[in-house]
Design a protein around this ligand. Sequence first.
Ligand code: NAD
Length: 424
Amino acid sequence: MSAELASPIQREFNPWLAAEARFDEAAERLGLDEGICKILRTPARELTVHIPVQLDDGRLEIFTGYRVQHSIARGPGKGGIRFAPDVTLDEVRALAAWMTWKCAVVNIPFGGAKGGVVCDPAVLSDGELERITRRYTAELVEFIGPESDVPAPDMNTNAQTMAWIMDTYSMHKRHTETAVVTGKPLDLGGSRGRPEATGRGCMIVTWEALRKLGINPSNTNVVIQGFGNVGGMAARLMSRAGMRIVAIIEYDGAIYNPHGLDVDAVARHRRETGSILDFPEAENMDRDEALLLECHVLLPAAKENVITSQNADKIRAQIICEGANGPTTALADKILEERGIFVIPDILANAGGVTVSYFEWVQDRQGFFWNAQLVNGRLEEIMVNAFRDVVGYAEKHKVNNRIAAYMLAMDRVAFAVKLRGIYA
Ligand code: NAD
């Protein structure tokens, strides 16, 4: 759909348009010159492949796959591979740029990349998925690699997919090359701490924000939307750190207890009943109302476009920590800023995952693996530094934290581009 033809609501809910609006504002504030802006806007490399794969019933099908390296100025491309029926090259391009900014905010030596295969995993067998993954990887062998572009899991791909990619790449190279992907199983060169890294990162930056605002973390009410990998882990870690998780919101409703929920008990209840609802020590609540509860911290960790121009004026949180990608629309940004709500933007808040992916790549290349304590300590150091860098930028340039994060990231990439010079 062309952006010009979209309705105002469609425009507000289009995450790529939102990212573009933030890029434009940050570029203007930074006073970036036009040529550098063109470089930062344009993907460095794009590959489209059409791969024949035999299905279980013997038919041959052609699948289309993409890999886009948006920027390789600061290091190898880094970013996930998604399998979904509606993947488009435009979406992959936008997600690759998003990864460039995320890696630059936390100052890890990676650029940004993303990949996707147009397929519907819901109707494909494991064998078919494996054949698609291997043939797609074979087409990418010259394009990806530990020094050029390091994929990871994303929507509908997982540690098993990464193991297939690593194996296929290694077969072509005639030696085992674990550092070609991250998010691998622990026994194949994965890192300790990776599954909980994104939630842990959210906890660390939330803690920093509370300190910054002079709020005592042990007297803090937290509302979490999404009790999955990011939200579930953040809930556990925040609760262990002494914060009170007063509400959890899922797709089928919310639960609320003003005295705090026992997060492990909620997880057990969901395993046993299939839902967080009807948890004995909480009351059920409407999921949209729960988002508007008065609290110190709201952690949207489910999906995009949750805080919009429709509800931003009713949010009663002092801090919003964006565990999900794109939970706040650009129109909502303005409203939250006017209301003085402290937003920890997604490209900072959920960058713990890619940071531990970086650690995985380092460990694979060293052939020497760290214990959980070392991983978590180094993650904390990087997240705290990135938080302080972003907040420092926001104060210095008198902009909100999101624009500050974009400015910081774009400044770092632009600096690398200028320092390297233009090869002619
Ligand atoms: P997940 O699938 O493990 O968890 C998402 C949870 O949200 C599920 O429990 C789901 O039932 C719930 N949910 C879905 N729709 C909802 C709705 N409308 N209201 C309330 N709850 C709803 O996914 P995840 O890996 O935790 O990712 C969540 C978000 O974080 C996504 O935006 C993802 O892109 C982002 N993210 C994840 C990682 C990571 O390392 N997993 C890293 C960076 C960003």
